[in-house]
Design a protein around this ligand. Structure first.
Ligand code: FES
Ligand code: FES
Length: 171
């Protein structure tokens, strides 16, 4: 009889720890599963979107260990011990109140269909975590890997800069 191969990995997502069994058993997560599929289909974080599924659009961006990553190009089994934030993790967990950055997209009409926006916001959040007062050029550079099929790049940048401006003014 074939021996079952299995390994337990753990992910911390939005402050909560999840243990996942990786292996070739019926209930195991296959080694080939991407982080995007694990977050959406196993753990229910459907805020991240899968567009191209090949690392080209940035819709699936999440923050892992302080860096923005394309989750469609990341194998979950390689994320053991990773500390991950998805778009759901930006809002206040207790009240559901949106973060200031999220609210800025609403206030400045920074989207059309919204499909690309979770990825754009997570990329912007990762930038702001390291550089709280970026220039517009730095924002544009950070967003170079995020594509919007509706052509709302300009309003996305405007929304982020409006948020940066708010913070400069201490609001
Ligand atoms: S869905 Fe991951 S980069 Fe496009
Ligand atoms: S707002 Fe529609 S894809 Fe960006």
């Amino acid at each position: 009889m074939k021996e079952r191969l299995q390994r337990i990995i753990s992910l911390r997502v939005n402050g909560r720890t999840y243990e996942l069994s990786v292996g070739d058993g019926l209930t195991d997560m296959p080694e080939s599963e991407t982080l995007a599929d694990t977050l959406r289909d196993r753990l229910g974080f459907t805020g991240l979107k899968i567009g191209c599924n090949q690392g080209a659009c940035g819709c699936c961006t999440v923050i892992m260990n302080g860096k923005p990553i394309t989750s469609c190009m990341t194998l979950t089994m390689d994320c053991d011990g990773g500390d991950i934030t998805t778009i759901e993790g930006l809002a206040d967990a207790a009240t559901g109140e949106l973060s200031g950055l999220q609210q800025a997209f609403l206030d400045n009409c920074g989207y059309q269909c919204g499909f690309c926006i979770p990825g754009i916001i997570m990329t912007a959040q990762a930038l702001l975590d390291h550089n709280p007062d970026p220039t517009e050029e730095e924002v544009r550079e950070a967003l170079a890997g995020n594509y919007c099929r509706c052509g709302t790049h300009y309003t996305a940048v405007e929304s982020i800069m409006a948020y940066v401006e708010q913070r400069r003014n201490g609001k």
